[in-house]
Write a protein that binds this ligand. Structure first.
Ligand code: GLP
Length: 262
């Protein structure tokens, strides 16, 4: 059983022990948006210095487990959003969670595709593309900054349509008759771009998940989007299948590999 007091002899730093205690409390007893005990109470209850208590809480805030409201206290954060591994839109994902999706156009223009965008969209460098930068929110909380590129030929006039609080995928379907039928996505860890940090209300240097998606309709690339999702609000969950190699291919079971010592 985990101890519910601080062990001063332990090699584990005290703030880290308190972090574990608070995590147990969050998981076992507190609903999201519940107020956690004040710093003063934690100091008294665990016999720690204020600095140590603050360090533990700062960690949990940076990890997205707690959030602070100035003058009110520290609260339990909502569970992280599962990064979907299907070709769904941000709007659909948030509605499925019972949250209100929002979108703000930060930049919209038609420009010449650079090398990477052209390659991703099966165009020649210099071909015209719609470029859009959007801030995505859930219940007004900033979640991601998305930079999307769509060939002008695929959706002529898209630049005249506002995307504020609207779904790009819904517009592609309704206005342009484009039904996306497959996609591919690369996900990697990143550090938030300084401008995005302001938009996402993150401290400079915070972690983000960088997601690059290409979506296709009838074999033709329609969208290339690079999104920076808040690392403190998103997680990735994948199911794992056991490898199903035929017995003869399992290492160690082969009697003679044929590529062995000749
Ligand atoms: C997700 C994807 C983006 C896609 C967007 C469309 O966020 N990462 O690549 O452009 O969904 O969402 P919506 O239709 O809500 O604008």
């Amino acid at each position: 059983m985990k101890s519910v007091s601080i062990d001063p002899q332990s090699a584990v730093p005290k703030y880290s022990q308190l972090r574990e205690i608070l995590l147990d409390l969050i998981d076992a007893e507190l609903a999201y948006d519940a107020l956690i005990p004040s710093e003063r109470e934690l100091v008294d209850r665990y016999g720690l210095s204020r600095m140590t208590v603050r360090q533990a809480i700062n960690h949990l805030v940076a990890e997205g487990r707690l959030y602070r409201i100035a003058g009110k206290g520290t609260f339990v954060a909502r569970p992280k959003v599962e990064m979907p591994l299907r070709l769904t839109s941000f709007t659909e994902d948030m509605l499925a969670r019972g949250q209100r999706p929002g979108s703000r156009d930060l930049e919209r223009r038609v420009g010449a595709a650079g090398g990477k965008v052209a390659k991703g969209l099966g165009l020649s460098p210099g071909d015209p593309v719609h470029m859009m930068v959007r801030l995505r929110t859930a219940d007004e909380v900033p979640m991601a900054v998305e930079r999307s590129y769509i060939p002008v030929l695929v959706a002529p006039g898209l630049d005249d349509v506002t995307l504020t609080d609207r779904s790009l995928y819904a517009i592609l379907e309704e206005r342009f008759g484009i039904e996306l039928d497959h996609g591919e996505q690369t996900i990697e860890a990143g550090i938030v771009d300084p401008d995005d940090a302001v938009l996402l209300e993150l401290r400079p240097g915070s972690a983000v998940l960088l997601v690059e998606r290409r979506a296709f309709a009838e074999g033709r690339p329609v969208e290339l989007t690079v999104s920076a999702y808040r690392g403190d609000r998103y997680q990735l969950h994948v199911g794992l299948d056991a490898p199903r190699l035929p017995a003869t291919q399992s290492p160690g079971l082969t009697s003679s590999g044929g590529d062995g010592h000749g």
